[in-house]
Design a protein around this ligand. Sequence first.
Ligand code: BG6
Length: 355
Amino acid sequence: EVGLARGAGWRRIIVEKPFGTDLESAHKLNDQLHSIFDEDEIYRIDHFLGKETVQNLMVFRFANTLFEPIWNRHFIDHVQISALETVDVGSRAGYYDESGILRDMFQNHIMQLLTLTAMEAPVAFEAGPLRDEKVKVLRALDMVKPEEVGDRTVRAQYQGYLDAEGVAEDSKTPTFAAIQLGIRNWRWHGVPFYLRSGKALHKKLTEIVVQFKETPLQYFQQNSGLMPTPNRLGICIQPDEGFHLRISSKQPGAGFKTVPTDLTFHFDDKFGKSALPEAYERLLLDAMQGDPSLFARSDEIEWSWRVVDKIIEGWSGDAAPGMATYEKGSWGPAEANELLNKTGRNWQYGCIHED
Ligand code: BG6
């Protein structure tokens, strides 16, 4: 109204999440913004993209020759993405009860981690090509159909959530979810992506675990008599920023017993404790300098809402899973384990020793 969006020189607008509450509201918000600003003037923040370790995922994949040839369905059994938090909804209950874990964490942060893990190499490392590749992943996601929602999703509330101030006493808002998605393209066909996030859990931990397949023949055993564990890459987003690559080594001594060993890299060890900037520092600087690479484009936001909306729609249908519960300070509901156990898999901790 006062004309700040017009005239000589550049202008940019930064929009914080949540960007809408579903596809329809996000689309409307995009339309409103586009009626005043061009797309390249709009910076939709997702602070996960400001994290060094999330950016490192792109460097890890595209500055090393070693991983790209095996980054596909021929070598990878499945991928897990976890964003676990110890905090409960606390003083944000009013907002949170309207939002829930899917809108608060999956539509944005978890989808960003998924697209960066799964995307093809962009034709240039620039905002346009980079975001094109991310959108292609979202478009290829195998949506959870309403009739599949009981098999592929888990929703849960921590015990005591309903007593929190600001939460409706019969609230059906989940504070934890675990979802199984697939990607319908040549690279990933048949590789499950297990995603989970929740509040009031045992540890603050955000990590991506890439579980590789077993060797075709197994000659050795571990000391415990178990078979050697397949290779596993833990991409540690926080708090232990870095990565852990698990390989099998020989246990010293007679015979050929194996022992799982981690090759590790930690940002702290290499660059010192205070080397990592705050996510927002990087993002605000990029916005001021006019680089939208680490911001979400309108189509990216909308495709991501399509995936989340479908699950939320399924949760109000006949095949919806019940609302599981979990103790505060636990690793989440037993149902989340069952989601993996039914195919002989487990949630893995690639960056910590589980306790
Ligand atoms: C925010 C969510 O976007 O991300 C919060 O609204 C969540 O609910 C937070 O706690 C997590 O961010 P981080 O950087 O602490 O993992």
